[in-house]
Design a protein around this ligand. Structure first.
Ligand SMILES: Nc1ncnc2c1ncn2[C@@H]1O[C@H](COP(=O)(O)OP(=O)(O)OP(=O)(O)O)[C@@H](O)[C@H]1O
Ligand SMILES: [Mg+2]
Length: 203
């Protein structure tokens, strides 16, 4: 992966098993967020390829944001909308009817322990609750690959444990890749993939 003359990573190869949580680890700047963006189809590799393998399909699929839920670093909540709206936006944009989209969003919020807060404005949520809202949104999209970028950043130990448990619980419905520096999330994952800093050529 290159930006201009800067190589972020090269010679990197990894497989992420289905229906598991895999931690993506490596020092700051090693390309974790960039790799997640590539796997979501938002960034294009300079060379090499990413293949999504669906058990039922004969051919691997290219990365495509329609198939992958990307939970970016930091909160992306719409502060003045309700928690439910913030999650429903995913199920509705996945093409569900209003009723199904609302049901799916409520279900996702229950799963992350936010059922009681669904009618609250998102701007009133704590950092941990915002992270859980972002995970619920990914879940409500119905996509089978969820890429979470540092979902426990700035959280205390209790909320980090909660995120680890939630991620584990999501494997019944999706494959999870979580970029993280957090030893608690790494320990809770079924496996880890390590990224090393790339060769840097000054531009
Ligand atoms: N659009 C871009 N243009 C140029 N350089 C970029 C771009 N996006 C990322 N980079 C560079 O690529 C490198 C990898 O960035 P990335 O955000 O993927 O790292 P990371 O492993 O997620 O780090 P962190 O742990 O701090 O989140 C960094 O040096 C960054 O400056
Ligand atoms: Mg990052």
């Amino acid at each position: 992966m290159r930006f201009g003359t800067t190589t972020v990573f090269s010679g990197f190869s990894a497989a992420f098993p289905a229906a598991r949580v895999t931690a993506l680890v490596g020092p700051s700047g090693s390309g974790k967020s960039t790799l997640l963006a590539v796997m979501s189809g938002y960034q294009t590799l300079h060379s090499g390829r990413v293949e999504l393998r669906d058990g039922l399909a004969a051919e691997p699929l290219p990365p495509n944001s329609a198939r992958v839920a990307w939970v970016p670093q930091g909160s992306n909540a719409l502060g003045r909308r309700s928690v439910l709206d913030n999650v429903m936006i995913a199920s509705l944009s996945a093409g569900m009817s209003l009723k199904d989209g609302r049901d799916q969003a409520k279900d996702a919020l229950e799963l992350v322990g936010l059922g009681a807060l669904m009618h609250q404005q998102a701007r009133r949520l704590s950092g941990g609750e915002l992270q859980r809202t972002a995970l619920a949104r990914a879940l409500a999209s119905g996509k089978q690959l969820i890429l979470a970028d540092e979902p426990s950043a700035n959280l205390d130990a209790e909320n980090t444990d909660l995120i680890a448990k939630i991620l584990d619980g999501l494997t019944a419905r999706a494959t999870i890749i979580v970029a993280t520096h957090d030893p608690v999330l790494v320990a809770a994952a079924a496996g880890a993939v390590h990224m090393r800093p790339g060769v840097r050529i000054a531009s």
